[in-house]
Write a protein that binds this ligand. Sequence first.
Ligand code: CIR
Length: 255
Amino acid sequence: YEFTRAITRRPASSITDGLRAEDIGTPDLDKMLAAHADYVAALKSTGAEVIELPPLEAFPDAVFVEDTALCLPKGAVLMRPGAPSRLGEVAEMAPTLRQCYDEVREIKGPGFIEGGDILVTEREILVGRSARTDAAGVAELAEIVSDWGHSLREVFTPEGVLHFKTDCSLMDGETILSTKRLDASGCFEGYRVLHVAEGEEAAANAIRYNNLVLMAADFPRTAEMLDREGFEVVQISNTECAKLDGGMSCLSLRF
Ligand code: CIR
């Protein structure tokens, strides 16, 4: 959770066509831009450098940069999104990662994997299979990261949940914030797990970034719990990204 850099991409006006599991309203670009600016400012306030990429009209979901790559200390891995409309986002991200890293590898397929299904902890890389990430994608990533000394464990994303990290986030070296439904699967054995408050499941998609925990606003009981646990919490409006099943982690690559 200690980083010096992040990559973000400003939302485009095509965001109104972004993918969503359920239609709960059209996202408002101006509101999303304002929240995005708050998000970037919070990352920068920790002393990190944020590479802010321009909007991509051709890819409505491109603001959710996390799904295009996995950034590790020794190199980056370009993903292969399981959502056909998002495959082309990877080539748009690749040049930036090649400037940042000496080694950039790629998931070549036939499998699929999206960054939102990957949780990197201090001891291992957890990857949740989901509607976007299949066994072949996980196996291909496992081979790449083992060259860099990481062990990878395949777990499962709960039915009806978009990504593994929709329901969990890393808080520190040993602590994970999770929904009860995901923790019930047993995938976090050996970690200290904090549960989001009942009815505040969407608060689980948070990020620990240096001294801060960035979490979606409007989840007061979870924010209070994290504050009690000693975390410095910054709340960012997530009303517009939530309409597209996006949250705090989706909006950046961190390394
Ligand atoms: C999608 O369905 O792909 C986007 N509308 C949301 C992606 C959210 N990304 C993430 O959780 N890492």
